[in-house]
Design a protein. Structure first.
Length: 93
């Protein structure tokens, strides 16, 4: 049994139903469950967790996707703006 981090992406809709951006949720679960369960069943279970826990926050969160995270994220230290400028300079050269 592996206690693996599950990262969930959801779409947030305001009280008028307008999409207002994404929201990330996380929880831990046995990774083996995700290997053998049907994707539709996983999505419905995750949506029910979101509905239960977010019912007091207003608006609606709709499940979009999930991924299993087996390693901690690595923060990139490079300057993004410099990297993007380099890409543009190479395209015009």
């Amino acid at each position: 049994m592996s206690n693996t981090l599950v990262r969930v992406i959801a779409q947030y809709h305001d009280e008028n139903g307008k999409p207002k951006g994404g929201q990330e949720f996380t929880f831990r679960a046995d990774s083996d469950i995700f290997m053998y369960a049907e994707k539709d069943a996983l999505a419905k279970a995750i949506q029910s967790m979101i509905d239960i826990e977010m019912h007091n926050y207003g608006g609606k969160y709709t499940y979009v996707d999930h991924e299993l995270v087996f390693h901690e994220p690595v923060e990139l230290q490079s300057n993004f703006e410099v990297a993007l400028d380099n890409v543009y300079q190479k395209q015009t050269a």
